[in-house]
Ligand binder design. Structure first.
Ligand SMILES: *Cc1c(COP(=O)(O)O)cnc(C)c1O
Length: 514
């Protein structure tokens, strides 16, 4: 790691990336390669001798980029966005540069402390209740993804209940969600050992834009208690992945409080919108939640990955996830961790060695005495990156005002797209646009369900294979629905207008071929 070599090469890399962004609109948004394409282009084994950076970059240009789907393209409207920004990129770069592994406080105090501070800041911006702050019994932690977030809180909730009712009751624990809850919960239930029959996937309310109904939760809980089961966990979603449905947190919170059920709020995508006062009401009721999660890497300009999770009872998380292997113990005496005494003569002259020893000992004892946060006990892996740097840089280099305008702009663009659809009688808007996702479909000439399914499926394929835009789909009440999610940082009004033109043209061609 020669500093001058790093400087030279990193400058080249930054130039390459800047050019990538400059030309991003020239690529097909959705990669058009066939499976296995890369095998034909790359050698069968790694090189024996070093190659030049230029050769590698040439390969990236010619062989890798064709196999990339350009999530940062302004014409990317699929799934949910996965934002990048200059601040996020710089933070990521700095994190890669420092490259420390901050599993315990002592392994890089700044990494732990900055993460606590930045998540307290973000909690303040989202107006989360004080119990989620690190100053009380709760706190925030950056997970890789929303899936990891729900897994760790499910573990915490499970063990908290099992400590009360006994380990043998694992088979009785029940988890509640809706049929719109992200599949991450199902995976978490499998891992955590919830009996498949005890995963209550309640039918969402089609008259209420596919939100979970608190009546159905109430009924399910009552009948489970009657059957001798133990209601344990409810996952509510603010902004479901299919259609941005918002589960009624206020009424759900009353239920979970009454029965002592852990309430987790998954706001992976829509949580970002709640930094604006006018959208904050979507998480009203979060006050009763035990945990709350949003992905800053989706729609808050923080490069992947940065999933912010807050809990009210951090000890529940730590009790479920902590281990204390001998090789990580920060115990005194200092000799045990092989610290050699400082031998600098000057230093000895001015500082009493005993004082240094006692200072070091206090540092190494910090974790043992629970004086500090050791984030290894809040997550699945041991190792962890310095991810708070990029969120910190995003918050500092943009400021709340700009972040709010950023969100508002995307929501306005989505509303504009919704209006364009509403003006064309060949299409229908399926669920009203709350955030920056528009769910719509093409109406078939003979309004039967089968042809509606097929024509929208065909429309999606045809539109995406133009390479001009990329959209995705979902199925709601058996209907095949197209999803148009605004949220790429480079998207402007002109991209919305031309995306709509592409959709109209392809739809016209499809309709006339019938
Ligand atoms: C995107 C999303 C997830 C999954 O996010 P990951 O971070 O990729 O695990 C979970 N829940 C909701 C509501 C989402 O929108």
């Amino acid at each position: 790691m020669d500093a001058e070599q790093l400087r030279e090469n990193a400058h080249k890399m930054v130039d390459f990336i800047a050019d990538y962004y400059k030309n991003i609109e020239t690529f097909p948004v959705l990669s058009q390669v066939e499976p296995g394409y890369l095998h034909k282009l790359l050698p069968d084994s790694a090189p024996t001798h070093p190659e030049s950076l230029q050769d590698v970059l040439d390969d990236v240009q010619a062989k890798i980029l064709p196999g990339v789907t350009h999530w940062q393209s302004p014409d990317f409207f699929a799934y949910y966005p996965s934002n990048s920004s200059i601040a996020g990129f710089l933070g990521e770069m700095l994190s890669a540069g420092i490259n420390m592994v901050g599993f315990s406080w002592i392994t890089s105090p700044a990494a732990t402390e900055l993460e606590m501070i930045v998540l307290d800041w973000l909690a303040g911006i989202l107006k989360l209740p004080d119990e989620f702050l690190s100053t009380g019994h709760g706190g925030g932690v950056i997970q890789g993804t929303a899936s990891e977030a729900v897994l760790v809180v499910l573990l915490a909730a499970r063990d908290k209940v099992l400590r009360k009712v006994g380990k043998d009751s694992l088979g009785k624990l029940v988890v509640y969600s809706s049929d719109q809850t992200h599949s991450a919960l199902q995976k978490a239930c499998q891992i955590v050992g919830i009996h498949p029959e005890n995963c209550r996937v309640l039918k969402s309310d089609t008259h209420c834009d596919y939100a979970l109904s608190s009546e159905s939760v109430n009924e399910a809980i009552s009948s489970d208690i009657e059957a001798g089961l133990i209601p344990m966990f409810l996952c509510a979603t603010v902004g479901t992945t299919s259609s941005t449905a918002v589960d009624p947190l206020l009424s759900l919170g009353k239920i979970t409080k009454r029965y002592g059920i852990w309430l987790h709020v998954d706001a992976a995508y829509a949580g970002s919108a709640c930094i604006c006062p006018e959208y904050r009401h979507y998480i009203d009721g979060v006050e009763e939640a035990d945990s709350f999660n949003m992905n800053a890497h989706k729609w808050l300009l923080t490069n992947f990955d940065c999933s912010a999770l807050w809990v009210k009872d951090r000890s529940a998380l730590i009790q479920a996830l902590s281990t204390n292997p001998e090789f990580l113990k920060n115990k005194s005496p200092v000799g045990a961790v092989k610290m050699s005494p400082p031998d600098d003569v000057l230093l000895r002259k001015f500082v009493d060695i005993a004082a240094i020893y006692s200072y070091l000992r206090s540092l190494f004892q910090a974790s043992q005495g629970n004086m500090v946060v050791d984030y290894k006990d809040w997550q699945i892996p041991l190792g962890r990156r310095f991810r708070s740097l990029k969120l910190w840089m995003v918050l500092r280099l943009y400021g709340l005002d700009n972040l709010q305008s950023y969100i508002r702009n995307h929501i306005a663009l989505a509303k504009h797209f919704e209006e364009l659809i509403a003006q064309d009688p060949r299409f229908e808007v399926v669920t009203p646009c709350k955030f920056s996702l528009v769910c719509f479909r093409l109406l078939p000439p003979h309004k039967d369900d089968n042809s509606a399914y097929k024509i929208n499926h065909d429309l999606l394929d045809a539109v995406n294979s133009t390479g001009k835009i990329f959209i995705s789909h979902t199925v709601l009440s058996g209907k095949y629905i197209l999803r148009f999610a605004v949220g790429a940082p480079l998207t402007e009004e002109r991209h919305i207008v031309s995306a709509w033109k592409v959709l109209q043209d392809v739809a016209s061609a499809l309709l006339s071929s019938l």
